[in-house]
Design a binder for this molecule. Structure first.
Ligand SMILES: *Cc1c(COP(=O)(O)O)cnc(C)c1O
Length: 364
């Protein structure tokens, strides 16, 4: 059978290996992991590979992705990463834990938890400077006190998220602040906070240099497990596999052409007025993949090809080695943005290596 195109090739054993490696690595100082599945749209096989690698939770920002994994028979503790509101009932039915920052939302969750006769666990997010989600530190203890008073709600911990919106580093000072907040809230409210979730794939540098991780005992990792790098500087983590995902597309035109467009200039398909470099006559290939499918800046050709530009349905490349006739395959590595887009495009086929596509081994 000819392989479908375009396709993303996903090597599950590499994802499992990375999860295993990171569980052992962070486990040395008492930190356990949530495997974050949002970049792969909650793909059950990827979630399963993470679980086989040892992650204690699967976390996703979309409740629909969690539903998908549940429906496929994935058995684990599910965490919803984005604070919910109108989806509160579905959150109660599908997630064990959610991250929260608004009392109004927790009241909704409480309402449906009572109705469904469930206890819902909550991690309250603290705003430590990145200015995305989070309760301000000065308001945190009153917030937790009010939330704890709601029926069928259990506050299991606090967390923070850095290096996402504001580009603020999860360093020693920030992690110490989270540990100190944990202490003071426990003392003041006489409760135990069991889960202190210090951040994401950007926490690698902090962890490697920290003598003492304080109260931090959990991280939520997507990119490092899937792509093998930390995200504060996009450095490869030594020991990890960076090739679990590859994108393959088909050459649909291959010709020697001039490198400069010819005629009166006007706007391109996206309203830009592009400028081009004169490289003389060169070998140009076009692949059947475009902006509707992929974040073009998230692709890095693994062969001697250079991306010149793209439109909705085509990417144009310079073929320096003249190795890519019509019908040949072009392979790319992916950034996080590229992975996210490729997994979301209905036109890109998901091809699993190391496991038949249609058979999902049940792990429950
Ligand atoms: C996406 C997300 C993560 C995971 O981030 P990575 O960079 O993939 O490790 C962690 N926490 C929250 C709240 C997120 O939304």
């Amino acid at each position: 059978m000819a392989l479908l195109m375009p396709r993303i090739e996903i090597t599950l054993s590499k994802i499992q290996y990375n999860a295993q490696f990171l569980c052992a690595f962070y486990g040395q100082k008492g930190i356990d992991l949530m495997g974050v599945s949002k970049a792969v749209l909650g793909n059950p096989l990827v979630a399963e590979a993470m679980i086989l690698g040892g992650v204690k939770f699967i976390a996703d920002s979309r409740i629909e992705n969690i539903q998908r994994m549940r429906a496929a028979g994935i058995f684990t503790q599910f965490v919803l990463l984005r604070t919910p509101l109108s989806q509160a009932e579905s959150v109660i039915q599908n997630a064990d834990i959610s991250l929260n920052t608004e009392l109004r939302t927790i009241k909704e969750l409480s309402h449906y938890a009572v109705q469904h006769n469930k206890t819902h666990q909550i991690i309250v997010m603290a705003e430590l400077g990145d200015l995305r989600e989070g309760v301000l530190p000065k308001d945190l203890s009153q917030f937790i006190k009010d939330a704890e008073a709601l029926p069928s709600i259990q506050i299991v911990g606090i967390g923070c998220n850095l290096a996402c919106y504001g580009g603020i580093k999860p360093d020693n000072a920030k992690m110490r602040q989270l540990s100190e907040l944990t202490h003071s809230i426990e003392k003041e409210l006489r409760i135990n906070l069991a889960l202190i979730s210090g951040g994401n794939s950007a926490n690698y540098d902090w962890y490697t240099s920290a003598q003492d991780v304080g109260r931090i005992n959990n991280l939520r990792l997507g990119e490092s497990i899937l792509l093998g790098y930390e995200t504060a500087h996009r450095k490869t983590i030594p020991g990890l596999d960076t090739s679990a995902f590859k994108l393959v597309a088909e050459v649909i035109e291959s010709k020697k052409k001039p490198s400069l467009p010819n005629g009166e200039s006007c706007q391109d398909a996206f309203g830009n007025s592009p400028q081009y470099l004169d490289r003389g006559i060169h070998q140009r290939v076009i692949i059947a993949l475009g902006i509707q499918d992929i974040l073009v800046s998230g692709l890095s050709p693994l062969d001697d090809l250079e991306i010149l530009g793209a439109s909705s349905d085509h990417i144009i490349l310079e073929d320096r080695s003249t190795n890519f006739p019509i019908g040949s395959e072009v392979t790319f590595g992916l950034t996080y943005g590229g992975l996210l887009a490729a997994m979301t495009s209905p036109f890109i086929k998901k091809h699993f290596i190391g496991c038949p596509d249609s058979v999902l081994p049940l792990i429950s």
